[in-house]
Ligand binder design. Structure first.
Ligand code: FAD
Ligand code: N01
Length: 547
């Protein structure tokens, strides 16, 4: 079953179906093939790349340095690929994904423009029946959901959206041909990471830009620059050691963590350390001290430093006050990394509207209306984020042999064992699922760790003559309790973040990723596997004899 883009329907039996051809699905395909398993990948998009295929908005780039936001599995690949900037822009990351697809000949087993609609488990045969929107019907021993944590773009339900006469764009579904905002009046809704990257670029092009902000964000300058050759050479020389170090860290990124409390130094020293971190830029700002995410008083010192920076950068005190976050601790919503974000509000063609004070009431034919004012626009940009972590999974009808749906099981919040499997749903794996470090980490590290674990698991199952694996309810309950307990030792639950599901009306408020750290988590996964897959039950081939 190796046809791509064929109009012919796919049917029949294979070993593994993978859903999604982002970095997770691509690496899975490569590894599963090497294991000799017949594998088919279904991908809704027209090509590989996932996040980097869809999010083509102006200014889109990674905020983990490119030397680290890349695959480590192939020494040749990591030596030959040359990143052009410290933080790669979206087109370059997409080119990298395409290069990987070509280098490892992946596309021949990926069926593009094909969305998986349902997956049903047949316990008697220990097989998943997968159905796509093209009508493909494939039976697979294992199904791996590589559907992405930030792949289900979210449009808030403002009344009147369909009446707007101009184009409406979502950052997560940007047109491939790009958008020319020259001379236009543009409204951007949202001030999360996507908006913070897009706003400075759109502001340079548009005649007028109006930003509708509900919650201000903390953002650290990226100080992006062309890749210094000696920096690239250092990484390439030391890759094996540095990658191994990343695996042991909290968030899968190698950087300098100051193992000191923010409260153990005097004001002057603290300020100096923050200044150095601000000058260096990026996510490592949050590693200025070791207690920023657990101690409210320590956190407040970092938050206040950033607030002061905003007041220094933004000339108009009223705009600066609106842009200043005060309602949640720094870092408890994903920290943003920007290029000229705050300074953009000094431009004469940029206006900030606080929609917490004057909410958006409706999209109109000519623009939108807040409770205070009507606004006229030529184009609207929704930078309103994603139904994160569970959105793409719940969009698929995933049903077990008892007729239970994963979405129903998760009605009060996702429940998994290790973020890899859910009890009652044998042979169904998730890559970077809820309950794993996932979105709190350099995702490339977490993706590779999960893929390696799943592939090893399938190899072990084959060696033991098993036809499947299932998480036990007890192991899942204990893991969910642990994930919650660790989250509540931190300040994270204090923010209305997408980590908590708070951005989607009606979504249960549960802290979804595992905050115990990439290194600690890897160790747990290794122990579980070494301990005969503790907490899992292996399925014997008895039932499969019915095949
Ligand atoms: P994705 O890249 O999301 O791929 C999932 C794929 O599954 C998609 O192509 C989707 O179309 C497909 N799919 C989903 N459902 C179905 C279905 N039912 N049928 C068929 N196909 C389906 N992480 C970092 O670590 N560092 C960063 O700097 C960073 N920057 C980011 C910037 C943006 C704008 C966004 C949105 C995310 C960013 N992330 C970052 C997170 C990013 O999502 C991950 O780093 C990584 O790309 C995820 O890869 P993935 O393959 O797991 O998922
Ligand atoms: O989405 P978001 P995003 N009315 O959910 C607002 C990764 N990423 O696409 O905060 C008015 O963060 C919402 O307001 P509020 C990264 O992990 C990384 O920006 O909910 N406003 C918020 O301001 C990131 O965290 C990069 O009050 C509404 C915004 O829309 C994740 O992807 C770049 C609204 C949504 O922000 C998601 O980022 C981009 C409404 N009804 C993305 N509904 C890098 O830099 C929502 N909003 C690497």
């Amino acid at each position: 079953m190796t046809e791509r883009d064929s109009k012919r329907l796919l049917t029949g039996e294979i070993d593994v179906v993978v859903v999604g051809a982002g970095f997770s699905g691509m690496y899975l395909l490569h590894r599963l093939r090497a294991l000799g398993l017949s594998t088919m990948v279904f991908e809704a998009a027209g090509d590989v790349g996932g996040t980097w295929y869809w999010n083509r908005y102006p200014g889109a780039r990674c905020d983990v340095e490119s030397m680290q936001y890349s695959y480590s599995f192939s020494p040749e690949l990591q030596q030959e690929w040359r990143w052009q900037e410290i933080y790669a822009p979206q087109p370059e990351i997409l080119r990298y994904a395409q290069h990987v697809a070509e280098r490892f000949d992946l596309r021949r087993d990926i069926r593009f423009e094909t969305r998986v609609e349902s997956a049903r488990f047949d316990r008697a045969r220990a097989r998943w029946e997968i159905v796509t929107d093209r009508g493909d019907r494939v039976s697979a021993r294992y199904c791996v959901m590589a559907t992405g944590c930030l792949s289900a773009a979210r449009m808030p339900e403002f009344p009147g959206v369909e009446t707007f006469r101009g184009p409406i764009y979502h950052t997560g579904h940007w047109p491939h041909e790009g958008v020319d905002f020259s001379g236009q009046r543009v409204g951007v809704i949202g001030t999360g990471s996507s908006a913070i990257q897009a706003i400075p670029v759109i502001a340079e092009e548009a005649a007028q830009l109006t930003v509708f902000q509900r919650t201000p964000n903390y953002s650290i300058p990226a100080h992006n620059r062309p890749m210094p050759p000696e920096y690239e050479a250092m990484w390439k020389r030391r890759y094996p050691a540095l990658r191994a170090r990343a695996w042991e860290t909290r968030n899968g990124i190698v950087y300098d963590l100051n193992d000191q409390s923010a409260l153990d130094v005097d004001d002057e020293t603290r300020r100096k350390i923050y200044e150095q971190r601000w000058a260096a830029g990026g996510i490592p700002f949050m590693a200025a001290f070791n207690d920023l995410i657990i101690n409210p008083a320590a956190n407040e010192t970092a938050a206040e430093f950033v607030r002061q920076k905003i007041r220094e950068i933004v000339h108009d005190p009223e705009t600066a006050a609106k842009l200043t976050p005060t309602s949640y601790p720094i870092g408890t919503k994903r920290i943003c990394v920007d290029t000229n974000y705050f300074a953009t509000f000094n431009r004469r063609n940029v206006t900030l509207v606080d929609v917490r004070k004057t909410p958006i009431e409706a999209i109109t034919e000519t623009g939108l209306r807040t409770s205070a004012t009507p606004y006229a626009f030529d184009a609207l940009v929704f930078a309103t984020g994603f139904d994160a972590m569970t959105g793409a999974l719940n969009a698929i009808t995933i049903e077990n042999d008892a007729g239970e749906r994963l979405a129903d099981k998760w009605a009060a919040g996702p429940r998994t064992y290790l973020g890899l499997m859910a009890a009652g749903f044998p042979n169904l794996f998730m890559i970077t699922g809820p309950g794993s470090p996932s979105v709190l980490s350099n995702m490339m590290v977490s993706i590779e760790q999960h893929v390696d674990w799943v592939v090893r698991c399938l190899k072990d199952l084959r060696a033991r003559g098993a036809v499947g694996i299932e998480a036990s309810v007890q192991a899942e309950d204990a893991w969910v309790a642990h994930v919650n307990e660790v989250a509540h030792r931190t300040l994270y639950p204090q923010a209305n973040s997408w980590y908590m599901g708070a951005n989607v009306p009606g979504k249960p408020r549960v802290f979804m990723p595992y905050i115990g750290g990439v290194g600690a988590y890897r160790e747990i996964c290794e122990k579980v596997a070494a301990n005969n897959y503790e907490g899992f039950r292996l399925l014997a081939p008895v039932a499969a004899a019915a095949e």
